[in-house]
Design a protein around this ligand. Sequence first.
Ligand SMILES: [Fe+2]
Ligand SMILES: [Fe+2]
Length: 249
Amino acid sequence: MPVLAHISDTHFDGGERSAERARRAMDYIARMRTVDAVVHTGDVADKGTAQEYAQARRTLRCAVPLLVCPGNHDVRAALREHLLDEASGPGPLDRVHHLPGATVVTCDTSVPEEPWGRLEEDTLDTVEAELRRTPADTPVVLAFHHPPVELGSDYTDPIRQRGEQRLAELVGRRPQVVAMLCGHVHSAAATTFAGRPLLVAPAVASTLRTDWEPADGTGGTDGAHEPPVMIALHRIGADGRVTTHYRAV
Ligand SMILES: [Fe+2]
Ligand SMILES: [Fe+2]
């Protein structure tokens, strides 16, 4: 039964704090007995520099495939070149990953120079083509940075994924999609989209509270109240049911 370790929003900035927090997440994942892939749903880097991706590359090294979706803080060309060792290029970074017992499609919702997100037609075509090929009993997980729904976050709701109608229609037609994974919200959260689970990874770098929570406590990043480093673990059962465990590490 596939298990996906899901991290997000590491915001590598060249400093020791971001590296140390990501290292804690990766050390925990390395010690797990079962994990089929690590999914990173974006904002790998804070400004998208070569130096930040070099730091990410050193820190995110792992024994299983690392599947990456660019976020609004990422720069596609630099991410390709310095993290993934691919030819640099400006187009969306979409990939299909066939794992034992599940397929993960990492989709690029980033829009260069903009904080909000969108899936380009090419990306949706890639997803649609893959789903058309996928047998009915193979679970498919879609991963992207920007959530396509509001989550009650003052900060990220206005910069969520736009133009989500085509994604909703596509998912609605294809029962193989067992879950969608995203980041961007800096909060361990779970909701639904198009009738399927939409599972938001907590951010490794920091936690953003909603405006109805107390402003003190462990959510902040002021140093006095360091938020916990958190990851999500998604277990895909034989019947395609996805169970998520959120873990502070
Ligand atoms: Fe972020
Ligand atoms: Fe983001």
